[in-house]
Design a protein around this ligand. Structure first.
Ligand SMILES: [Zn+2]
Length: 357
């Protein structure tokens, strides 16, 4: 479906509104250099990523009248995606927590995992085939990572971002985390619906949004979440050029602030809402990204008790993955434990990844 209505509002509007029945909204929160997207449909609310801590996503959600979340997804464990998530989890009830199942060595990650466990939030690794229904209105399908994670890429944490297709009637949104070219190649090989709104991977980095990927996905609308004058140079001029050449109309949070997409199932309306929640991210916060403090021990999410209390869905757990509601998502097989040598190698690689985020 390629029918759109673009309504552009230059200034902030008062009084955030709540989704109407039958409508789906995606709010691309203004979190400076990072990602945070709020999806509301069918009486359900989902948060994908929570920006850096100083973006105060918990406060932004409160300003948007969000009092509970049915699902949160952390695309991958970098601070510009999970920095604000612990505060979110501690500020309201959360029904389910999904991440890419890759541990990280940072304090932020360790504290977030402690919060998930302390609060008793059900946890799953997002894997291909997982289907999450948002009432009768919409459905989210996890398309990556697969059961075998990508290894030895430029950044394995980025490359194994949880990638999700959100479908509302004839409208399809693609959320890519910080996927880079190898992951975009895998996405291209999946049988995807026609994508109407693309959350551009990795803040518009030159390592993403390849010509072949954009040719396959061919999105008429693309949204880049990044901070003004960020130190990474996101979005890269080359990536912007590729998006323009692909015919995508590009929206950017560094230029428009809070961006809202409203779908009625057949059209998407895009709103540029400025400082909609009344919370601005100070530029100094951006400079702190990429310098995570390292903790001595690595939290192994696979040993956390929350995983051991999961109720298996009926049928073969490894293959029966479709048609499940938010309360019944399959358990992903646990990877075998690493040897100390393998763990040291992985930790070194993750520290390199952290510097590259
Ligand atoms: Zn990022």
């Amino acid at each position: 479906m390629r029918s759109f209505l673009h309504a552009l509002l230059a200034a902030a509007i008062c009084c955030p509104s709540v989704s109407l029945a039958g409508e789906l909204t995606v709010d691309f929160l203004d979190v400076g250099q990072g990602d945070a997207m709020l999806i509301r449909a069918g009486g359900k609310a989902v948060l994908i990523d929570a920006g850096i801590k100083r973006a105060r996503v918990a406060a932004q959600l409160a300003a948007l009248d969000v009092t509970s979340l049915d699902l949160v997804i952390v695309s991958h464990p970098h601070a510009d995606h999970m920095g604000g998530m612990e505060e979110v989890l501690r500020s309201m009830p959360v029904g389910l927590y999904i991440d890419n199942g890759m541990p990280h060595t940072t304090q932020t990650y360790a504290k977030l995992m402690v919060a998930v466990e302390e609060l008793g939030i059900p946890y799953r690794s997002g894997r291909t085939g997982m289907e999450l229904k948002l009432g009768d209105e919409a459905v989210m399908n996890v398309i990556l990572p697969g059961d075998t994670l990508l290894r030895d890429t430029r950044s394995d944490l980025n490359s194994n971002s949880v990638v999700v297709v959100l479908t509302h009637g004839e409208m399809d949104f693609l959320f890519t985390g910080d996927a880079e070219e190898p992951t975009e190649g895998l996405i291209s090989r999946q049988s995807l619906p026609s994508i109407d709104v693309l959350k551009v991977a990795h803040h518009g980095s030159d390592h993403s949004s390849s010509t072949s990927f954009l040719r396959t996905v061919n999105p008429p609308i693309a949204v880049i979440s990044c901070g003004e004058d960020n130190r990474y140079g996101h979005p890269a001029p080359e990536a912007l050029e590729r998006l323009n050449s692909a015919g995508a109309l590009v929206y950017r949070t560094d230029q428009s602030g809070h961006i809202r997409a409203i779908s009625d199932g057949t059209t998407v309306e895009m709103l540029e809402l400025g400082n909609f929640t009344g919370i601005t991210v100070e530029p100094r916060a951006m400079r702190e990204i990429g310098a995570p403090s390292i903790v001595a021990t690595t939290v192994d999410i696979h040993t956390r008790p929350v995983l051991q209390t999961v109720t298996e869905p009926a049928g073969p757990a490894e293959t029966s993955t479709s048609g499940m509601s938010l309360s019944g998502v399959r358990v992903v097989p646990v990877e075998p434990p690493l040897t100390p040598r393998e763990r040291r190698k992985r930790d070194r690689k993750e520290r390199r990844d952290a510097r590259r985020q």
